[in-house]
Design a protein around this ligand. Sequence first.
Ligand code: GTP
Length: 602
Amino acid sequence: TDLGLIRNFSIIAHIDHGKSTLADRLIQVCGGLTEREMSAQVLDNMDIERERGITIKAQTVRLNYTARDGRTYELNLMDTPGHVDFAYEVSRSLAACEGALLVVDAAQGVEAQTLANVYQSIEHDHEIVPVINKIDLPAAEPDKVKAEIEDIIGLDASDAVLTSAKSGIGIEDTLEAIVARIPPPTGDRDAALKAMLVDSWYDPYLGVVILVRVMDGVLKKGLQVRFMQGGTQHLVDRVGAFTPKRVDLPEIGPGEIGFITAQIKEVEQARVGDTITTVKGGADKALPGYKEVQPVVFCGLFPVDAADFEKLRESIGKLRLNDASFSYEMESSAALGFGFRCGFLGLLHLEIIQERLSREYDLDLITTAPSVVYRLRLGKTKNEEAKTIELHNPADYPDPNRIEWIEEPWIKATIYTPDEYLGAILKLCQDRRGIQTDLTYVGGRAQVTYELPLNEVVFDFYDRLKSISRGYASFDYEQIGLREGDLVKMNILVNNEPVDALSLIVHRSVAEERGRGMCERLKDLIPRHLFKIPIQAAIGGKVIARETIAALRKDVTAKCYGGDITRKKKLLEKQKKGKARMREYGNVSIPQEAFIAALRMG
Ligand code: GTP
């Protein structure tokens, strides 16, 4: 295709502002699908994504649009994941485009997540076309939203397109704006091949499918290509695009977006951001912006029923086939038996995987306390040199006497909220060791930025934020590096036995309060047993909080009719033995929910 007729763009929107609905309309108008095929929203193709309203995997569709100028354009619409956990994937998708539609709900206005994505888009020099959606709603205030776009984002919104994706209003205007305002790509057909690997996923029939944006040169079937970062070579055996149906094409030229397959078995070999070039006469410099993604949140996943371990291993392996960004290794816990230590890009990523395991693979799981990655400096010992280690499992916490310092990851959080909830939000951030760096008011809303330790955010920060703001506050974050902190390991002892799955690393200043909270919650979460159960929080040998679950008085002798003393004695003995057995094995049944529920800070 003539470069001048290509437009590559993405859609930026806050969750629920109508991104998928608008994308569906664009596809419909361009005739990519029949009415019946349209009946399901096509861009969000996983159940969980749809239910949670989150787009996880980027998908791209190629549309042909015959504009009012009579020419037929090739529009590549790149769908981007809508959550902070997937920020790197978003950045690569954006790097494949020249422009973006900024969809803002006419009744809700601009939100924090929108802002973060807009700034990213601006960083990629995108031409941004504001689209004010849901103008059919009685509460729609398009003029107010225009003013917000100008005041808050600093974009000219006088030419914003007004749409109702739901009722099909303004769809052609949107397409015309794309053609007129988003610049075509540039690229050199005769230069050495440089294609960016935008995304990859596993398809049971095709193997690994790779989404690419060709910068220079041409990608064709039969080419021997090299992945410049991964260092592997592959034979391209299929080239095509999604309309959104998969179609094979003779080639993908400069400026175009499409997919290839190359007999690759694992997504791990097709890393997002890599540069694809030809083996012969290839490019000598890779495209900028490649980053290896590292998990930031870790937790243990254990089957409730130990017999499910093999099933868990198999299921995790299958999920991993399609998601190279989470990691796992086997782990054994004294309390929970065999399971896996898994690493995720963030809490939402963790929840998605956990949910898929329970829903798609029908597994009951215990999730241990999420942990971030700490950096520890260990002093010299008689047998060992001083060294710096990374720690992401409280169970591996070394001898405290050897620790010279501990560093923890910090984030910069941007929270956007209606005024009335600001007080409660500031308190929440303060309680989580936050440092306020900025506070500004726009209209009736406040934008506040805080520096926060990530470990204070991974438990239930987001849930708390949503509940104290009745869902109105939005939250976005970026990592800002490691800082030293006075961090200690807190053990939880149930019936005098440390339960490794409940231990966690906390800041000393909040340890006592957290310990007390956990003991109180566990007291309610663990059912009564036939014996008294002490619950303690301890740092090293020092108990900092304690609760006791009273024994259940089960009067077994009541069943006996007075007289028969031998029977009564026997029963009493049995009961005593029962108690002893339970105590002996530290046999307290802790319900599955307790492990995560205990961490929720009231
Ligand atoms: P994520 O995929 O979660 O990011 O959400 P999204 O931005 O794709 O939103 P989606 O298209 O799923 O729309 C969210 C809700 O808004 C759905 O219930 C839509 O039916 C509704 N919606 C979308 N566009 C319009 C519109 O123009 N008017 C009205 N009234 N509702 C709309």
